[in-house]
Design a binder for this molecule. Structure first.
Ligand code: SAH
Length: 533
């Protein structure tokens, strides 16, 4: 049974001494980057935020949790080489918005009280009498180690850990960091912000008695698809980091536990780790494919190639819905057809109970599942999930004189109505939704392809292929081929694959069954199994 989570601590506006209403500031840890590592409390507060002030290291995906009318303020000190705000300005920003009565979520990478200057922001709020709450986060110190396959403690290796900033100016006369004690005092050392000073840090540790052969790992962008880890020893790690071009943000883990990585590494070992895969679907439908690809470690670049919109004129659909009881079959050839059909049904003040007359046929499993949301089980799902498959299955049942309604996209293949008419059915097509091409992100896509930053493009229907290519705005087939040279193409089924080929491209991944699940399995096989002889 689903559990409901009671999380009803005070999030409403509170009143301070004067009768002016003051907002509350929530300092929320956003975790290390993995969108799954935000706390439930953090999510709850984001969902109710009026203002979100976020950092460079906080995952931008979390902003989607905030209400549509929330205001987002980027307070990162990095990004585009700009110092967006000074610490003092951030403090003042929080004070100003809270005084104006807004509930503010201040989203900070990792844990706000671990090298996050969280306390400085709170101190300012205390001075101004502004109520606050601090929500801890998963710190990158533990996440980076864990996602690199390194337990920061282990009974057989170490019983202590120290978190250290590596940012301190190494030329500073009076250091706050007691390298002499830390070098051998703690079994595992986790050093934040230490890439620039790595040569000095390693030197100090060795000078103060740590074994030069102590293993060291450096983990960049931990827990994200861009994670990169390198391993060396205190003696060698500076060269390794330079040679491999590891830049901040990265953590340095020093200690014998690092040797466990060779057996415990898991995150970077997932089959699609390091692969950049374009997902071309409508925004509403991308989630399942993206979730499955990410589960296997891929970095998904979501480009919606189709925007689905209602049609301008519903007169045909309305008229046929009113006489739906006279139909023998109602056919759905896409998920969108189901969604928009039921939207219209509802707009007419009707619901599933009015569909008692005809049998219902669908093109495939996903469409059948969507239909179930409306309490309707499909009477017919063809073995082959295509319009042809559906037409053949229906024809076998005998269509002579049968009345068939197909609510569908304005522009669609005519194969289903053609085949059914050939079998003497009386077919009515009702325009129910339309596909339009969103052009706004074409340029970004071209850049990524030109930089060869994309490993694979996935297509889940012919229109995603046509629209993707139209978004690229190429002048010739040669240009298109050049842009996509070296990029693998996955097509969900034979029709989609044929459309890819029509554009002079070659699909390399073609699952045997035409479902998202099978497509992802084929992609995983493609990258993990050796090619067949
Ligand atoms: N409060 C944060 C740390 C902020 S200091 C936390 O608890 O994680 C910023 C430093 O944290 C970076 O320079 C880097 O050393 C480290 N860091 C933060 N996120 C990281 C990540 N995803 N991967 C590697 N290092 C990270």
């Amino acid at each position: 049974m689903a559990q409901s989570i009671s999380n009803n601590r005070d999030t409403d506006l509170v009143t301070t001494g004067s009768n002016k209403r003051t907002g509350k500031v929530y300092l929320v840890g956003a975790g290390p980057g993995d969108p799954g590592l935000l706390t439930l409390r953090g999510k709850y507060l984001l969902e109710r935020a009026k203002i979100v002030v976020y950092d460079y290291l906080a995952n931008k995906k979390f902003l989607n949790y905030a209400p549509d009318d929330a205001e987002f303020i980027y307070a990162g000190k990095k990004g585009n080489g700009l110092h967006a705000f000074t610490q003092e300005e951030i403090n003042q920003l929080l004070v100003k918005h809270a005084k104006n009565g807004a509930n503010v979520v201040r989203l900070k990478g990792g844990d706000p009280f671990i090298f996050g200057r969280g306390a400085e922001e709170i101190e300012e709020l205390v001075k101004e009498n502004i109520p606050f709450e601090v929500v801890p986060g998963v710190t990158s110190a533990t996440a980076a180690a864990t996602y690199a396959g390194i337990p920061i403690t282990h009974r057989a290796y170490t019983a202590s850990v120290a978190f250290i900033t590596g940012h301190e100016d190494p030329t500073k006369k009076q250091s706050n960091i007691h390298w002499d004690k830390l070098a051998t005092g703690a079994g595992t050392l986790v050093i934040f912000m230490g890439i620039k000073n790595l040569p000095i840090i390693t030197k100090k540790l060795i000078e103060n008695g740590r074994d030069p052969k102590t293993p060291v790992a450096v983990v960049r962008w931990a827990s994200t698809p861009a994670q990169r880890s390198v391993v060396g020893t205190l003696e060698t790690i500076t060269d390794v980091v330079r040679e491999k071009g590891i830049k901040p943000p990265a953590l340095i883990v020093v200690g014998d536990v690092v040797s466990l990585r060779s057996t415990l590494d898991w995150f970077e070992k997932r089959s699609l780790f390091g692969k950049n895969i374009v997902v071309t679907r409508t925004r509403q439908q991308a989630s399942e494919l993206v979730a499955l690809l990410e589960e296997n470690g891929a970095q998904c670049l979501e480009y919606s190639t189709i925007a689905i919109e209602p049609v301008e004129d519903y007169s045909v659909l309305d008229c046929e819905i009113k006489q739906i009881a006279t139909y023998d079959w109602l056919l759905f050839t896409s998920l969108n057809a189901v969604t928009y059909f039921f939207k219209r049904l509802s707009a007419l003040g009707l619901d599933s109970r009015n569909l008692g007359g005809p049998k219902v046929g669908v093109v495939g499993a996903a469409t059948a599942d969507e239909l179930k949301q409306y309490g309707i089980s499909a009477d017919l799902i063809p073995e082959i999930f295509t319009a042809e498959g559906l037409a053949d299955s229906l024809t076998k049942e005998g269509m002579n004189g049968k009345k068939v309604l197909i609510p569908r996209a304005v522009k669609a293949r005519e194969i289903l109505p053609d085949k059914l008419r050939l079998a003497e059915a009386e077919v009515v097509i009702a325009p129910t939704y339309q596909n339009v091409v969103p052009k706004d992100r074409g340029e970004e896509l071209r850049e990524q392809l030109t930089e060869k930053a994309i490993d694979m493009v996935t297509f889940t229907s012919s229109s995603t292929v046509d629209n993707f290519i139209s978004m690229l705005n190429t002048n010739s087939p040669e240009e298109l081929n050049k842009l996509l040279a070296g990029v693998e193409i996955a097509a969900i089924g034979p029709i989609t694959a044929a459309t890819v080929e029509k554009h002079g491209l070659r699909p390399t991944i073609k699952p045997e069954r035409f479902t998202i699940n099978d497509m992802v399995n084929s992609i995983v096989d493609h990258y993990t199994k050796p090619p067949a002889e």
